[in-house]
Design a protein. Structure first.
Length: 172
């Protein structure tokens, strides 16, 4: 029985208080836009998968309908990543937004000579024309937002402003 005592720990754990104001404005618009668009694309893809006797499903291959569902999932992952602004979620956000943009171009270019693929309602076929070209626009907005809201970049800008203000004070 060398040391049966537990270390003295405080009876209540002290939490860190976050005094930052809530995010308002453009960030919430981007987040809402991603969630709504992700849900829209996912619901359309699920309905197309579940209705095998519809005219779209009868003429289209199963693979492109699965790609449509994958597109919806990618947009929902991007929405979750943009909503939760942690380091790992930012990585997921960059990857998701990048896949959404590149996927739209790859699937659209691959389906140019294949009319069966272009007939399917998907966020990634025909450059997103079935969804008013929003897949490309929203992907670009997401990538720009990921860059604009990068905490590291914001801190660097704040430090530069701080050093300029410090220089001005010293000159006086």
């Amino acid at each position: 029985m060398a040391n049966d005592r537990e270390p003295d720990l405080p009876s209540t754990a002290q939490g860190v208080e976050d005094t930052r104001p809530p995010a308002l404005g453009l960030g919430r618009i981007v987040i809402a836009m991603y969630w709504l668009f992700g849900l829209w694309v996912t619901v359309v893809a699920v309905l197309d998968l579940l209705r095998p006797h519809s005219s779209v499903a009868a003429t289209s291959p199963l693979g492109i309908r699965v790609v449509s569902l994958l597109a919806g999932i990618v947009y929902l992952l991007a929405a979750a990543a943009i909503t939760h602004n942690g380091r790992r979620m930012r990585i997921l956000g960059w990857i998701s937004c990048g896949i959404a943009l590149v996927g739209s171009f790859i699937v659209s270019l691959a389906s140019l000579g294949v009319p069966e693929l272009s007939a399917v309602r998907s966020a990634w076929t025909t450059f997103g024309s079935d969804f008013a070209y929003l897949p490309i626009v929203i992907s670009v907005i997401g990538l720009v937002w990921m860059w604009y809201s990068n905490p590291r970049r914001i801190v660097e800008i704040a430090e530069q402003v701080d050093s300029v203000n410090t220089h001005r004070v010293k000159r006086r």
